[in-house]
Design a binder for this molecule. Structure first.
Ligand SMILES: Nc1nc2c(c(=O)[nH]1)N[C@H]1C(S)=C(S)[C@@H](COP(=O)(O)O)O[C@H]1N2
Ligand SMILES: [Mo]
Length: 260
């Protein structure tokens, strides 16, 4: 790309960011997001138009609550105690030697310990979790911003979806199809409230709620919020993964986007 075109693009993006900061995002919290977005934009050519749109398109925040609104007991649902031997061994040691892997269509695959994840930019939020079964709970979540992780791993231009592979089995077919997994698009992956949470209600994330790491994607239904996330993968298509519909429940007929 010529210097001129690059400047042009940057000018366009900067105007987009300025508009986003005043009209869409508001609050000072988003300044840091802009700082990292600008850093990416400064860093070169890896962003595609689709990624840029994901970063710059209007992104409403899910409602956030105050401490007084926290549910007294937050229900645990689906898998609450994975029996995978490797998972069980990690749980016994408090996940001291566990690492999250981030791979697929990225320039720089990552293997990160919990300590390393905790050192990355985080976000804390009190939100309402809505399960498709018809119950809701309000909880406080702290975790690493998925945008920051993806910034580190540097998405390749062909990346379109982020897939989360979990440690637990929910089905009973005795095949890979039993393993929980989920996926989201780039707009939700880069959304300010999308985090991989390692704390819940100011405590280390407990096993029933997805230790050591679970997705919070706050504008979606509960089943999108993968617990026991072991591996994150950037892909260009969901078609060749398991049932091809982007998630454990989706493969059984649930909606993929699952917005609230
Ligand atoms: N790995 C995994 N993630 C999962 C599930 C599961 O069974 N396994 N259940 C989903 C559903 S339907 C809901 S409502 C929430 C429940 O999260 P909670 O146990 O923290 O309430 O996790 C979601 N993520
Ligand atoms: Mo759910």
């Amino acid at each position: 790309m010529s210097a001129e075109r690059r400047l042009d693009r940057r000018g366009f993006l900067a105007r987009g960011l300025a508009a986003a900061s005043t009209t869409l995002l508001g609050g000072c919290e988003e300044l840091s997001d802009q700082a990292w977005v600008k850093r990416i934009l400064d860093s070169g050519e890896t962003l595609t138009r689709i990624t840029q749109e994901a970063l710059l398109s209007p992104q409403a925040l899910a409602r956030e609550y105050g401490a007084a609104d926290l549910s007294r007991a937050f229900r645990a649902n689906g898998s609450t105690d994975p029996d995978d031997p490797i998972y069980v061994a990690h749980a016994k040691t408090g996940f001291a030697d566990w690492k999250l892997s981030v791979g697929g269509l990225v320039e720089a695959p990552l293997e990160l310990s919990l300590a390393e994840l905790r050192a990355l930019p985080s976000r804390t939020q009190i939100t309402r979790h809505d399960c498709v079964e018809g119950w809701s709970c309000i909880g406080k979540w702290k975790g690493v911003k998925l945008s920051g992780l993806l910034e580190r791993a540097r998405l390749k231009p062909s990346a379109r979806y982020i897939v989360f592979y979990c440690a637990d089995t929910l089905g009973s077919t005795g095949t890979e199809a039993d393993l929980y997994y989920e996926s989201i698009g780039l707009a939700d992956a880069f959304h300010a409230q999308t985090i991989l949470a390692y704390e819940m209600n100011d405590q280390t994330l407990p096993v029933p709620h997805g230790a050591p790491l679970r997705l919070r994607v706050e504008r979606q239904l509960g089943y999108k919020m993968a617990k026991y996330v072991m591996r994150v993968e950037a892909v260009d298509s969901l078609a060749s993964i398991r049932g091809g519909r982007g998630g454990f429940w989706e493969d059984l007929g649930y909606e993929w986007y699952a917005g609230i």
